[in-house]
Design a protein around this ligand. Sequence first.
Ligand SMILES: C[S@@+](CC[C@H](N)C(=O)[O-])C[C@H]1O[C@@H](n2cnc3c(N)ncnc32)[C@H](O)[C@@H]1O
Length: 349
Amino acid sequence: MFSNIDILTDRQIREQQLRSAIVSSLNAVPKTLPDILLWEDAGHDLFEQIAKSRSYYGAQADREIMKDKIDEICQSLEEDAVLIELGAGSVPHTGMVLDELCQRRMKTQYLAHDLTQSTLDHSLCRLASELRSDRHKSFLKMSGIVGTYEQFFEWLSKTDELRGRRVVVLWLGNCLSNYSDAEFPNMVDALMQSLSWSGAASSTLLLAVNECPGADVMRQAYDSPDGSSVAFIANALRQANRILGTEAFEYEAWTPVSSINSAGTSITWKFQSKQEIQLVIDERPVTCKVGEDIELITINKRGEADVAKLLAHSRAELVDTWRHQSLPWSKCIRERRYSLLLISHQVGV
Ligand SMILES: C[S@@+](CC[C@H](N)C(=O)[O-])C[C@H]1O[C@@H](n2cnc3c(N)ncnc32)[C@H](O)[C@@H]1O
C-alpha cells in the first residue's frame, strides 16, 4: 500500500451513489448506464491492454509530446511547485517528468488523483520503486487523492497546500472526451475556479485532446479487431451487476455495439438486447425490447478550433498547442486571471 493516499468518499457511500445513478439511468428514456462503470476495478487492467496497443494512437502521442516538451514542462514548474495529475490511472508518462525534475534538482510535490483507489495505489507504488534514489527522495514528494473530479475540485478549493504556489495540472489520456460540448467547458471552468479559490499563485493546465483522425483510425483505436475494446466495454455490465448486488444483466443477452456519427467526430458504445429482457432492479421491472439499446459512452473528438470555441466563455485561455507529428494532439491551456498583475506572474510554457 502507498502510505500517502487520501480518500475523499468512503467506497461504500460512493457505490451507493453509483447504484442510484444506475437505477435512474435505466429508468430514463432512452436508457443509459453511467460510463463511470468502466473504471471500476478490472476496467483499469483492460484499459491498460488497449492503451499498449499500436492502434490506440492517443497514448503514444501523449508520450511522445511529453518527451519532446519535457524541457518546457520542467521550466513551467519553478522551485517548490505542485504538479497535479487528474484521472492519473496507471500514470504512464509522468515518471519521466518527475525524474527529469529531480535531475535538475527542482523540489516538486506530485499529487496524483483518480477515481479508483487500487489503481492509484498500484501506480504510486510503481513510481516510488522506479524513483527511489537519494536524489529522488530529497527532491520529490508524492501523494494521491481518490475521488470523482467534482469531489477533487471541491478539495482543491478548500486546501491550504497550494496557497502562493505555482501549479501545473496534467490531464492526459483524452479524459474529457466523454463529456459533451456543454459539459466540457464546465469541467475546465470548475477546475480553474477551484485553483483560483485555493490561492495558487498561478496555474497551467496541460490537457490532451485530439481531433478526429478519420473514421477508420478511430474505429481501430476504439473498437479494436482483437476484441480488447469489447472486453473493456462488456466489463461495465459486470460492474453494474456487482454494484446492484444481483445478476441483473446476463452477458449473453446483450451485444456491445459501436457506431460512429455521420460527421465522423464521435464514437458511441451501446449494449443492444438480443431478446426481450425484463431486468428486475429494486423489485421493479425494467423492460427492454428486442434490439433496444442502452447507451454507455460517447467519445467525442475535438480539434484545436473546437476546444477554443468551447472555452471562449470560460475562465481558461488557450495559449499554446503542442502537436504530435501529423496528429494535432495536445493543448496547453492557461488560466485567464481577472487581474492583469496576476497574468504577468504567469510563466508561459
Ligand atoms: C482514459 S483513462 C486515462 C488514464 C491516464 N491519464 C492515461 O493517460 O493513461 C481515464 C482515467 O480517468 C479516471 N476517471 C474516469 N472518470 C472519472 C471521474 N468521473 N472522476 C475521476 N476520475 C475519473 C479513470 O479512473 C481513469 O484512470
